[in-house]
Design a protein around this ligand. Structure first.
Ligand SMILES: *Cc1c(COP(=O)(O)O)cnc(C)c1O
Length: 373
């Protein structure tokens, strides 16, 4: 039996480098609640990402939920069905009605041309996603948001360290949310963050993630417990020393994939926008059944027989899950591009420690289709 190649594998720092961090935690016996590593990690992270203020969380979903609370978003929020379920779940947990808008065919992000038609008197915000780390059309989204007085909260879970024209994409909109889940480019095992534009917003977010405590005796509103603990923060601080290597490995692997797959008819690759420093959180390709000679699903299952485990991501669409399916905007006729892409997409294995020989094996299978012989 050959080694199974999974779609992802978490990037871990060398264990021996983590021991001194653990020793510090054991010495000072401060495990959570804004400890020294929490403070250090937030500083280092803001600097690394090129953002002014950041508040770290126990995971990305709680960061999304809290971001909506921080801005007191209510009513309806316009979002994309082409994302991970947590994007829309965060609206649901705030009693907000999601309104789905279709995506563009190139970068798979919410299509600004279709935004205005979805705005109603109850709309208060837009929650776009930088899908696969492709920056959204932020200028156009902001222009529309400004006309209608809407807030913009970016789900930037895929956009860690992504830059456009040398600037972090995390400074766009009112708030941006990151996830440091084990499967992401940068992980703190579980974890997340809210990027805030100013100190007052960070103070509000900090208070909301800690039960609403302003000080020892004052609770100003019903906050949640979404604090990052000291082990996560220490681990995150160590991960920051290695993340440039993780990213450059991914970029190299993506180049190799591109070069090995480029001449195969019926496959489309993700385009990287002009001026974008990409981090390749995923390596998606689209399969055109007629031109490639088999469907995405057939390819997905065939590869598994050869120990290669891709992921149909995003499939199904969020709008197809039972909770959301009944919404008028969830109707397939409203979401033709998302529906199409979701049927054609497959993310191939991509992670920092993936071997070049493994990429060669995967591409060889896709090219030669040995199952037909
Ligand atoms: C991973 C992810 C999340 C959720 O983050 P968690 O840290 O796992 O809670 C939200 N949105 C998108 C687009 C994601 O990929």
């Amino acid at each position: 039996m050959t080694k199974k190649i999974m779609v992802t594998q978490p990037a871990l720092p060398p264990l021996e480098e983590f021991i001194p961090y653990l020793e510090k935690i054991w010495d000072n016996k401060w495990l959570t609640n804004n400890g020294p590593f929490h403070e250090q990690f937030e500083k280092e992270l803001a600097e690394y990402l090129g953002v002014k203020y950041i508040s770290v969380f126990s995971n990305g979903t709680l960061a999304l939920i809290t971001a909506l609370q921080a801005l007191r978003i209510t009513g309806e929020v316009i979002t994309t069905p082409y994302s991970f379920v947590a994007t829309t779940h965060s609206l649901w947990w705030n009693n907000i009605k999601p309104v789905f808008v279709d995506i563009d065919d190139k970068y798979y992000n919410i299509d600004p041309k279709k935004l205005e038609a979805a705005i109603t008197p109850r709309t208060t915000a837009i929650m776009p996603v930088h899908v696969y780390g492709n920056p959204c059309d932020v200028e156009e989204i902001q222009r529309i948001a400004d006309i209608y007085g809407l807030r913009v909260i970016y789900d930037a879970a895929h956009a860690f360290a992504v830059k456009k024209d040398g600037q972090s994409v995390l400074n766009w909109g009112d708030l941006s949310i990151l996830s440091f889940h084990a499967t992401k480019v940068f992980n703190t095992i579980e974890g997340g963050a809210i990027v805030c534009p100013d100190e007052r917003t960070k103070q509000r977010v900090d208070l909301l993630k800690n039960f609403g405590f302003r000080n020892e005796t004052t609770v100003i509103e019903p906050g949640i417990n979404a604090k990052m603990n000291e082990l996560q923060a220490a681990y995150g601080s160590l991960q920051l020393k290695h993340v440039d290597t993780y990213i450059s490995n991914r970029v190299e692997l993506a180049k190799l994939y591109d070069s090995l797959l480029k001449d195969i008819p019926g496959l489309t690759f993700m385009e990287v926008g002009e001026g974008v420093d990409h981090t390749y959180p995923y390596y998606p390709i689209r399969v055109n059944t007629a031109e490639y000679g088999m469907s995405r699903d057939d390819l997905y299952f065939k590869l598994q027989e050869y120990d290669v485990f891709g992921r149909r991501y995003f499939y199904p669409l969020i709008s197809d899950f039972p909770t959301y399916k009944g919404l008028p905007s969830a109707d397939t006729s409203n979401l033709p591009i998302s529906t199409q892409v979701s049927k054609e997409i497959i993310c191939l294995p991509m992670y920092a420690s993936l071997e070049r020989s493994e990429v060669e094996k995967i591409c060889g299978l896709i090219k030669d289709k040995p199952w037909t012989k």
